[in-house]
Design a binder for this molecule. Structure first.
Ligand SMILES: *Cc1c(COP(=O)(O)O)cnc(C)c1O
Length: 219
């Protein structure tokens, strides 16, 4: 299927309350334009440099989401325009996003990336670490970030039941933390091409879909 028909199909079939992030990393600007023509406005990129290169080439009503691991020294490049950072995985990064947002006179929306997989290789907070960080009250000092919810990347596996247990765990943590943050805490970012249907069953409100829309990436 073409990019156009993939986007149209997703827009027609995703349940109400589930937002589509079109993950356009490693794809050329023409591919993003085709998705835009089909009505897509939210694009996800994993590298600050690539996002900064594409941003001026797309219409101003595009919302840019950072979904990949973000180094603190790169925050300044995306701070002027990024709409949502999904991959906030450390206290240092929280502080730096707040600092750069303040410099730009903005409030930047963020998600905490939670690490639920067994493997140790991935980034993200352990559940316990995140609870401690929130309980520490550190966030009270940051007036230029708004915590909108949680994000996770499912384990890369054929075992879909394992992914579902991770997704249920993220949704449960989201419910638990919602009391602390209130109404604006409304986003559960989980599910990619291989597992977005299951993620939605388990309470996802935002899916990040790349290869299904744009085809294979050439690195
Ligand atoms: C690349 C990427 C995706 C999209 O993956 P697909 O399998 O191509 O849908 C989603 N989330 C994150 C964090 C990614 O890095």
């Amino acid at each position: 299927m073409s990019i156009l028909s993939e986007i149209q199909t997703l827009h027609a079939t995703l349940p109400e309350g589930v937002t589509l992030v079109a993950v356009s990393k490693f794809h050329p600007i023409e591919a993003l334009r085709e998705a835009y023509e089909a009505g897509q406005r939210i694009f996800g990129e994993s590298r600050p440099q690539e996002m900064c290169a594409k941003q001026p080439l797309m219409p101003a009503d595009v919302e840019w989401h950072m979904i990949g691991h973000l180094q603190t020294n790169k925050v300044k490049y995306i701070a002027p325009f990024v709409a949502l950072i999904h991959s906030v995985d450390s206290a240092r990064l929280v502080a730096e996003i707040n600092r750069q947002a303040e410099r730009c006179g903005r409030v930047i929306d963020v998600l905490f990336e939670v690490h639920l997989a067994e493997d140790e290789s991935k980034s993200g907070w352990d559940e316990g670490e995140l609870r401690e960080f929130i309980a520490s009250g550190a966030l009270a000092d940051y007036h230029n970030i708004r915590v909108r919810g949680l994000m996770t990347i499912g384990t890369l596996t054929d075992d879909i039941e394992l992914n579902k247990s991770e997704f249920r765990a993220l949704r449960a943590l989201f419910e638990e933390l919602r009391g602390e943050f209130g109404e604006g805490f409304d986003t559960v970012s989980m599910g990619m091409t291989s597992d977005y249907r299951e993620a939605i069953e388990c309470g996802s409100t935002m899916v990040r879909i790349g290869s299904k829309i744009f085809g294979e990436r050439s690195y």
